[in-house]
Design a protein around this ligand. Structure first.
Ligand code: SF4
Length: 390
């Protein structure tokens, strides 16, 4: 099995990443929201300077695909005119924040997100690792506990604000006035105490938090299923197959309302009740396409060993309602780091099969299955994969 390349940094708009279909330009909407003008402008830019495909990321960012060396500069100029570009790549990298998409105008979340974004942009002394990020989870109930972040601002069981290191059971009491400074002080402690990559790893390696960050118990973890398309408290939530939409779909959504970007690769049509009538969107929680996960695969990723999405799309109707199928273009498993009922991992001459694991662990064993074998026996694949003919 070939070993995938781990890059250890995230692309941005000012630091695009080369992918199989051109440059990948990742936009971080301030406070996780796009105004109608920004959403429509972004859609036009993606169609004009990219290949018209737009990805939603697990960190609530928006990725424009298929940008070329020639179209990159006018794209950045266009994004800047929409207020979607930071002053420098370093400022952009520091402003790595996921905001609960279910915030209400009265709960202070948007103001907190704006202030943290602006503080991170301005603090040039803060040299954080590439994937280090913040979560602002201060809506009525926490929803980002399973979303990757290193420093979390959230509410404790009484509803008061708390700043917590990821994986710690307690945190520091904060107010809306002190939350940003406290979060930045925790980030500085991470660096000065020798943190190298992620907060949870640092604590697991034995780092001891300053006492202020162990003073207040966090709200208990509840068993939360990820949100699904449908009505939410902030508006109507819309899903997309593989978290990808076309520029024309984004344009059509922008005609209706402002959008909030979620870390579950869905968009919320702010303040809207009921599903819009637009092609290429998922509005029902029981849509079979929600039971398959697939990274871009070939030709979208330079590390991919096989196409992934056509296979996942073809198998989707056969995935039982209580199961998930992950088709990964290589062992890196970008689209789903955690386990799923069944994972098909691309290799040079077929797919390895993993049950109740992820793309990397346990490693799939030969014999490999070809696309033809998988498509000929989709029911067996899901119910009794060991019985597949090889
Ligand atoms: S898992 Fe998919 S997207 Fe990630 S590196 Fe492999 S082929 Fe590319």
């Amino acid at each position: 099995m070939s070993t995938p390349l781990v890059k250890g940094w995230c692309p941005g708009a000012l630091r695009p990443m080369l992918s199989g279909d051109g440059l990948l330009v990742r936009v971080r909407p301030p406070i996780g929201q796009l105004t109608q003008a920004q959403a429509d402008g972004l859609a036009r830019l993606a169609a004009q300077y990219g290949n018209g495909q737009i990805d939603l990321s697990a960190r609530a960012n928006i990725q424009i695909r298929g940008v070329t060396d020639q179209t990159y500069a006018p794209l950045v100029t266009g994004l800047a005119s929409l207020g979607l570009i930071d002053a420098t790549p370093e400022a952009e990298a520091r402003r790595n924040i996921v905001v609960t998409p279910f915030w209400q105008s009265s709960d202070g979340t948007a103001e907190l997100a704006e202030r943290l974004g602006s503080a991170l942009r301005d603090d040039r002394t803060l040299a954080l690792p590439g994937k280090f990020g913040f979560a602002i989870d201060t809506g009525a109930t926490p929803v980002l506990r399973d979303v990757s972040a290193d420093i979390r601002i959230e509410r404790d069981a009484t509803g008061a604000l708390l700043c917590r290191a990821d994986s710690a059971a307690s945190g520091a009491r904060v107010t809306s006035d002190t939350a940003v400074d406290t979060a930045l002080s925790l980030a500085r402690w991470f660096i000065s105490s020798g943190g190298r990559k992620r907060m949870a790893v640092h604590l697991a390696d034995g780092a001891t938090l300053p006492s202020a960050f162990t003073a207040i118990e966090a709200a208990p973890m509840t068993d939360m299923s990820p949100p699904v398309p449908g009505q939410s408290t902030a508006g109507f939530m819309i899903g997309f197959a593989f978290g990808q939409l076309q520029a024309r779909t984004l344009s059509a959504l922008a005609d209706i309302a402002p959008l909030r970007v979620t870390p579950w690769r869905m968009l919320v049509l702010e303040g809207q009740t009921g599903a819009p009538d637009i092609k290429g969107i998922i509005t029902h929680a029981d849509d079979p396409m929600l039971r398959v996960i697939a990274c871009p695969g070939l030709p979208g990723c330079t590390q991919a060993l096989q196409p992934t999405r056509p296979l996942a799309r073809a198998l989707a109707p056969h995935v039982p309602v209580d199961k998930m199928l992950h088709v990964s273009g290589c062992a890196k498993g970008c689209a789903q780091p955690g386990p799923t009922s069944l994972t098909l991992v691309a290799q040079a001459h077929g797919f390895g099969l993993v049950r109740d694991g992820n793309a990397a662990f346990p490693p799939p064993h030969p014999p490999l299955l070809t696309v033809e074998q998988l498509l000929a026996n989709p029911g067996t694949l899901m119910e009794n994969p060991n019985a597949l003919p090889v």
